[in-house]
Design a binder for this molecule. Structure first.
Ligand code: ZN
Ligand code: ZN
Length: 145
């Protein structure tokens, strides 16, 4: 079996591209309110890499940086200036590059290991196996009704 040694990712518009050497140090879901707000989703999904194992390929100059001074002082969000996608950022302690898993264009050959800030999880979060699944989008919903 062929083994991969890097994973690549990009933002929605393709301006920001990066790669990292596998395996990640850590892969986890974060349910904290800051991650829910900044990902506009049920939770963050993040892979952690040592900085020397992470490289920008393109678009570093397109990155905007926001630091929360109010609800979670010091919490940082880096995002693409053009499309608004969250992009990799340096962790608060500067020890890791934190990659939002949804940016990956390939399989990092790793799965999330844990949930953090579980007590802050969205009240509507549930196990996805509990609800029906469709292979397509809105058309599937229309056909069902
Ligand atoms: Zn972009
Ligand atoms: Zn979080």
């Amino acid at each position: 079996m062929k083994t991969k040694d890097t994973t690549k990712g990009s933002c929605l518009c393709g301006s920001v591209c990066f790669e990292a050497d596998l395996p990640p140090v850590r892969f986890q879901y974060c349910h904290c309110i800051s991650c829910r707000k900044t990902t506009s989703s049920a939770h963050g999904a993040f892979l952690f890499f040592l900085p020397e194992r992470f490289r920008w390929i393109a678009g570093e100059s397109m990155i905007e940086r926001f630091t929360d001074q109010q609800s979670n002082p010091g919490y940082m969000r880096w995002f693409c200036r053009r499309c608004g996608s969250a992009v990799p950022r340096l962790s608060r302690n500067k020890q890791y590059f934190v990659i939002p898993a949804g940016l990956l264009d390939d399989d990092p050959l790793a799965k999330p290991e844990r949930n953090i800030f579980w007590d802050e999880r969205a009240p509507w979060l549930l196990n996805i196996d509990m609800i029906p699944k469709f292979s397509e989008g809105i058309d599937s919903i229309i056909r069902e009704t």
